[in-house]
Design a protein around this ligand. Structure first.
Ligand SMILES: C[S@@+](CC[C@H](N)C(=O)[O-])C[C@H]1O[C@@H](n2cnc3c(N)ncnc32)[C@H](O)[C@@H]1O
Length: 410
C-alpha cells in the first residue's frame, strides 16, 4: 500500500457518521478537528481522557463506553482507530477494509488506508502536509513544514500575490506595547499586506523597518494639521488614502481603545463610508507591569485593578477621574500618561486615605531594549521621578502587587 504516495483530499464530513475507537491521547488530539468539520462522531472506548470526556459531556461527540465490537464500523464514512489493544486495532482495520471505510490507524500507518496530515489554518486556507511514504514518515518534519507555511502566511513573509485577499479600507491595528513580537498574528499579517501605514510613536516601530520599499510609512505625529486638529488631520489622511483604493493600516500602540482615540477614527471612517477592521492589541496597562515582574492582580493581595489616565492633574477642572474614590479602593491602580503629574496624583491619593507607604513602580519603555523600572512609595515617588529622570512613556503601578514579584531586577 505504501509503494505509491497518498492521494491528498479534503473530506467534507458535516453530518456524516465517523467512528473513533479509543479515547486516549490520539483521540484527544484528533477529535477537535473532526468536531470542527461537523462530523457526527461516535466514540467507542471503555475509558477516555478528561478532555475527551468533556467533549462527550458537551454533546460534541457520542460516547459508547465499551470496547470495540465487530459491526461498529459498518455505517461509518471514516474511522480513526486508536485503541491500546493491537488485536482490536487489527480487527477493526480489517472490518473497515471490508466496508470500504477510509481509516486512520495510530499504531500502524503502513496498514492504514488514510493518513492524517499535519494541518494548520490561516484566514480561510487550510494547509495540510503529508509525507510521501509510510516508512519515511517523520511527523516532526511534516509539523515543522506546516508551521513554517502557516507562520509565513500569517506574518506575510509568504505571500501568494495573485490570490491573497486584501482587507479593503482601513485596519486599525493595536500594535502592542513595543516589542515587535507582541503584535497579534492578524495585525502582523495586515501590516504585511498594507500599501500605506500610518503609525504612532508608541508601539512596535521596529516592524516598520521590515516593510517592503513600496509601502508608504507615515508618521502620524508629522501629518500637518493646519486649520484642523491633529486627530482630524489623521482621520483625513486615513480617508484619503483609503479612497484611493489602498490598503491602509493605522498602527497604534497597545490596544486601539485604551486611551488610543480608536473610536474617533472608527467613527470618522464610518461617516466617510470606508470599511474599517479593528484588531485588538496587547495594552501596555497590563503587559508593561508584567514585563517588569509586576502582576496587576495577585491572589490574596489585589482583587481589582483600575486603569487611569494621568494626563490631567487631579485638581484640573477637565479631569473626569474621581481620585478620592480611587484612594479608597484597596486594589491596584495603573496609571498611563502620568509621569508629569505623579506628584499631584500621589498627594491626592494620600490626602484621601491611601497610606504614604503604598508601593509604587514606574516602568519606562516597557518590553523594549530600553526598559527600566524605578521603585518608590506614594511618599517618595515625586522625588524618585526627578532624581532618576523617569520619562514618558511609562506605566505607573500603585499598590501591594508591586512587592509580590522577585523585585526591580526582574
Ligand atoms: C496614549 S496612551 C496609549 C495606550 C495604549 N493604547 C495601550 O493600550 O497601551 C500612551 C501611554 O501608554 C503608556 N505606554 C504605552 N507603551 C508603553 C511602554 N512600552 N512602556 C511604558 N509605557 C507605555 C504610557 O503611559 C504612555 O504615556
Amino acid at each position: 500500500m505504501a509503494e505509491h504516495p497518498a492521494y491528498p483530499v479534503g473530506l467534507r464530513l458535516s453530518g456524516r457518521h465517523v467512528v473513533v475507537l479509543g479515547g486516549g491521547q490520539v483521540a484527544q488530539r484528533r477529535l477537535p478537528a473532526l468536531i470542527a468539520a461537523g462530523a457526527d462522531i461516535v466514540l467507542v472506548s471503555p475509558e477516555a481522557t478528561p478532555s475527551v470526556e468533556a467533549m462527550a459531556e458537551a454533546g460534541e461527540i457520542t460516547w459508547q463506553q465499551r470496547s470495540y465490537t465487530e459491526g461498529d464500523l459498518a455505517e461509518a464514512w471514516y474511522a480513526l482507530i486508536a485503541t491500546n489493544d493491537p488485536g482490536a486495532n487489527a480487527q477493526a482495520s480489517a472490518e473497515a477494509e471490508r466496508h470500504r471505510v477510509w481509516c486512520v490507524r495510530s499504531d500502524d500507518a503502513d496498514r492504514a488506508t488514510a493518513w492524517t496530515p499535519a494541518t494548520g489554518h490561516s484566514e480561510g486556507v487550510t494547509v495540510a502536509v503529508l509525507t510521501t511514504e509510510a516508512r519515511g514518515r517523520d511527523p516532526r518534519h511534516t509539523a515543522a513544514i506546516r508551521d513554517a507555511v502557516v507562520a509565513g502566511l500569517r506574518d506575510g513573509t509568504l505571500v501568494a500575490p495573485h490570490h491573497r485577499t486584501r482587507t479593503p479600507g482601513v485596519a486599525l491595528v493595536g500594535g502592542g506595547p513595543g516589542d515587535p513580537d507582541l503584535i497579534t498574528v492578524r495585525g502582523r499579517r495586515l501590516l504585511a499586506e498594507a500599501d500605506v501605514v500610518i503609525a504612532d510613536r508608541l508601539g512596535p516601530r521596529d516592524l516598520l523597518a521590515e516593510l517592503p520599499p513600496h509601502v508608504e510609512v507615515i508618521d502620524a505625529a508629522k501629518i500637518p494639521y493646519g486649520r484642523y486638529m491633529a486627530q482630524e488631520a489623521i482621520n483625513n489622511a486615513l480617508i484619503e488614502h483609503a479612497k484611493q483604493g489602498k490598503s491602509v493600516v493605522r498602527l497604534k500602540g497597545g490596544d486601539p481603545f485604551v486611551f488610543g482615540r480608536g473610536m474617533e477614527e472608527v467613527r470618522a471612517l464610518a461617516e466617510a463610508g470606508i470599511p474599517c477592521t479593528v484588531v485588538p492589541g496587547i495594552s501596555s496597562s497590563i503587559s508593561v507591569p508584567g514585563a517588569a515582574g509586576i502582576p496587576v492582580t495577585h491572589r490574596g493581595v489585589a482583587h481589582e485593578f483600575t486603569v487611569v489616565s494621568g494626563h490631567v492633574a487631579p485638581d484640573d477642572e477637565r479631569s473626569l477621574v474621581d481620585w478620592p474614590s480611587l484612594a479608597r479602593l484597596t486594589g491596584t491602580l495603573v496609571i498611563l500618561m502620568g509621569v508629569d503629574k505623579i506628584g499631584k496624583i500621589a498627594e491626592t491619593l494620600v490626602a484621601h486615605g491611601r497610606s504614604p507607604k503604598t508601593p509604587v513602580a514606574l516602568v519606562q519603555e516597557g518590553t523594549t531594549a530600553a526598559q527600566r523600572r524605578v521603585d518608590a512609595t506614594l511618599a517618595t515617588v515625586a522625588d524618585a521621578v526627578r532624581d532618576e529622570d523617569v520619562r514618558p512613556p511609562a506605566v505607573i503601578v500603585i499598590g501591594e502587587v508591586v512587592r509580590v514579584g522577585p523585585g526591580p531586577a526582574a
